[in-house]
Design a protein around this ligand. Structure first.
Ligand code: GDP
Ligand code: MG
Length: 287
């Protein structure tokens, strides 16, 4: 039977490689992407009932607004359905201390309508930082499944494997709607290419990436849609980012609580002292 293609994607230093190692053990090989010196790590993860997952550890990226070769690798894979590595499921690896920033990338990948799950890694740091999460709320708002894990303590890996096995249950729907930032422009874009995903079109317009080798005519047609100046496109892109963060902030209002008074980390407590100056001096004597 066919292997399940899994792409591990996330900001740098969130623990992608640690998750990759936890899933694949010694069943891994390291090579390079053709023509560039970006490392390509792939491995096999054995799931239940003889099912296997083919895992790719992608280079760290903060967003799909690429500015480096490393990031291009991620976008080109996600835009190219013909690539043999095109993921059946994207696993966005985030770290619990930087959830807000990590979720920017998550919402972008969701908008490509690829089944995407969220791994929140470094759960072992939560107590230390006074962090608590409402996973159920986050799952509903982000329209996905979440695995809260710690690769350091080897916790949550089996559940993650279970989610990967059941990738067909993961929603393909986008979780946010960002395209009302310029209704006229995006409506006409969608009408010109009714069979293409709007966010994909937008990435092709704004990013200098390979759209998949088969769509040459379409690429030319899309080039006509760079009707806006580079500066205008940039502004619209910034609006998109702001819109995404508005959505994320809303989700995290109930989904994420940081209680520095419960943190075991002195630095967090001092941050609190510094940000709440009036009470800070009082509290300072009690910590
Ligand atoms: P990548 O850059 O996303 O591939 O991340 P790595 O797997 O290289 O990990 C980055 C850093 O985070 C390393 O120093 C890891 O030891 C650390 N790390 C990874 N997973 C965990 C975890 O579950 N808990 C803690 N506390 N640290 C972790
Ligand atoms: Mg890595």
């Amino acid at each position: 039977s066919k292997q399940i293609n899994v792409a591990l994607i996330g900001n740098p230093n969130t623990g992608k490689t640690s998750v990759f190692n936890a899933l694949t053990g010694l069943n891994q090989k390291v090579g390079n992407y053709p023509g560039i010196t970006v490392e390509k790590k792939q491995g096999i993860c054995k799931l239940n009932r003889g099912v296997k997952a083919h895992i790719i550890d992608l280079p760290g990226t903060y967003s799909l607004n690429a500015s480096s070769l490393d990031e291009n690798v991620v976008i080109e894979l996600l835009l190219n359905k013909n690539d043999k590595d095109f993921p059946d499921i994207a696993v966005v690896v985030s770290d619990v201390e930087n959830l807000k920033r990590n979720l920017l990338l998550f919402t972008q990948i969701k908008d490509l309508q690829i089944p995407t799950i969220l791994v929140i890694n470094m759960a072992d740091r939560m107590k230390y930082k006074g962090i608590s999460l409402d996973i159920e709320h986050l799952e509903v708002q982000l329209n996905t499944k979440i695995a809260l894990i710690s690769t350091r303590k080897n916790e949550g890996i089996d559940y993650l494997k279970q989610l990967i096995s059941n990738y067909k249950d993961i929603s393909k729907n986008a979780c946010s709607n960002v395209f009302d930032i310029d209704k006229d422009y995006f409506n006409s874009l969608q009408q010109a290419f009714p069979n293409q995903l709007l966010y994909k079109l937008w990435l092709v317009i704004t990013q200098d990436v390979n759209f998949g080798k088969t769509d040459r005519n379409e690429i030319d047609a899309i080039a006509d849609f760079k009707t806006k100046s580079k500066a205008d496109l940039k502004r619209l892109q910034q609006k998109e980012t702001i819109k995404r963060y508005q959505f994320i902030n809303n989700v995290l209002k109930k989904g994420l609580t940081i209680d520095t008074s419960k943190a075991k980390d002195l630095r967090s407590k001092l941050d609190r002292v510094l940000t709440h100056k009036i009470w800070g001096y009082v509290i300072f004597f009690f910590i």
